[in-house]
Design a protein around this ligand. Structure first.
Ligand code: GLC
Length: 458
């Protein structure tokens, strides 16, 4: 193996793994004092702002997506059968013949996609994104371009087709993940150094995308992944996106075919983009995207809810992953977490969807979101009796606990805004929201407090 492979691999995956830990334990306070920084994940593409296909229709195309805030990512493929993470083929350098044998024993149950869609709906998610083809090269859909597909191999049915119907049946928007990198196709690596191979591979890739976007009716999101080993020119990414918009005029595309696309894709961390640029943070529920039998590093429902709140505060989306088991069933731990999140969303969903950018962000036990003049204080460590905000610069008109409707007494002295009349035990789980009505857009200034709050004598 040459060392550049190792470097590439570490960039793609190692960085992602170390960042996974971060988002899980909430090192998101960088956002408390800093303006949003440009989002860049392991496979993310630095935003250039250059003109490109789709510019003139972006506002219209993206409206539903901005309101949605919460989506389900699904990683499902032959790797799910091997149960050792979706990178197992490369990580363990499995010979191609040994790997493809698993495609014949990959036998998801018909109807499994229904359960995914129902779970997404119950969790309060508004859209889904399924791996139509991951790096392993297996197509979860019917295609004329390769026999290495779900209809011809073990599954015996078009998983993507069933998924599209299931998502629509639940009223969810439909997304397709598509990995440009391909470990199965004979030209998948050769394309970088051999022009004839590149031509074949790019034609194959554009051909698969054309099929995907012509066969299943209206598709709402195209989610490219890992562009190795080519750059935008090599992939002919502009032509690719032009074709995509011709076939699907309302679709939105991400930035992982090395063009800016419509939104950035910070991975395993929450970092807002600046200047109104759209972003979506994608994240695993444990440390694996594809099913990994032994991975028990599950996030708590509290961590997931806090992450969702943080995305919503900064007007980004949260794309949260499930890695179904070989039969297509959702791991019970994921079901438990998503069910708890969904119960919370029943009361609190309106504080998340279609939120406005929120200025207040400093508290040691709460995170905020905003809609108009209403500030939502999401208390994750419940202090009991009262809560308070330092440096809130607007007059509070009323405040109530969202879960119970109980209204609270308010005192404001120019520095501290205090809400009293709260119970000792948190009224909601895993996070309690207090809706705070202000007389204009709520703003917070902590430096004002530090500078001006009267100090005592020595
Ligand atoms: C990375 C990984 C991949 C995963 C993706 C999700 O690029 O290579 O396994 O599908 O991130 O964002």
């Amino acid at each position: 193996m040459v060392s550049s492979d190792i470097t590439r691999r570490m960039l793609l995956k190692g960085a992602s793994a170390s960042l996974a830990g971060l988002a899980g334990v909430h090192t998101l306070n960088a956002l408390q004092t800093q303006p949003a920084a440009a989002a860049q994940g392991p496979s993310d593409h630095p935003y250039t702002g250059k003109p490109q296909p789709g510019d003139d229709t972006r506002t219209r195309r993206m409206q539903w997506w901005h309101e949605a805030r919460f989506g389900m990512f699904i990683h499902f493929g032959v790797y799910s059968t091997i149960q050792r993470h979706e990178w197992v083929m490369e990580d363990e350098a499995i010979p191609i013949a040994e790997y493809t044998a698993h495609a014949t024993t990959f036998k998801p149950q018909r109807g499994c996609t229904r359960a995914w869609a129902k779970m997404a709906k119950a969790a309060g998610m508004k859209y889904m994104v399924l791996t139509t083809k991951h790096h392993e090269g297996f197509c979860n859909f019917h295609t004329k371009l390769t026999d290495y597909n779900a209809v011809k191999q073990g599954p015996g049915f078009d998983i993507v087709g069933e998924y599209v119907e299931s998502a629509r049946a639940e009223g969810l928007h439909v997304g397709f993940y598509y990995s440009l990198m391909d470990w199965h196709h004979p030209d998948g690596a050769l394309a970088a150094t051999d022009e004839a191979a590149r031509r074949r591979f790019v034609d194959y890739t554009h051909g698969l995308l054309r099929e995907l976007l012509s066969t299943y009716g209206k598709i709402d999101v195209l989610w490219y992944d890992v562009a190795w080993p080519l750059d935008a020119q090599g992939w002919e990414s502009e032509r690719m996106n032009q074709m995509v918009f011709e076939l699907q005029p309302d679709i939105i595309v991400n930035n992982r075919n090395k063009l800016d696309g419509d939104f950035s894709t910070p991975e395993q961390r929450i970092v807002a983009e600046s200047g109104g640029r759209a972003w979506e943070s994608c994240m695993t529920l444990n440390d694996s995207w594809g099913f990994q039998r032994a991975d028990d590093n599950w996030k708590s429902s509290k961590t997931v809810v806090r992450n969702l709140i943080t995305c919503s505060r900064d007007t980004g989306n949260y794309l949260l992953n499930i890695g179904p088991r070989p039969d297509g069933s959702i791991p019970p731990e994921s079901v438990r977490i998503l069910t708890e999140v969904g119960q919370w969303m029943q009361t609190n969903g309106d504080t998340i969807y279609a939120s406005d950018l929120c200025h207040p962000r400093r508290s040691n036990y709460a995170t905020f979101t905003r809609k108009g003049n209403t500030l939502y204080m999401h208390v994750h460590f419940w202090p009991g009796e009262y809560v308070a905000i330092g440096g809130l610069k607007k007059k509070v008109v009323s405040a109530r606990v969202l879960k119970t409707g109980r209204s609270l007494q308010i005192t404001q002295d120019g520095f501290r805004t205090k809400f009293t009349g709260l119970p000792m035990e948190a009224p909601d789980h895993p996070v309690t929201t207090i809706a705070i009505e202000c007389d204009s857009e709520p703003m917070q200034d902590n430096i004002y407090v530090r500078t001006n709050k009267p100090r005592g004598g020595v």
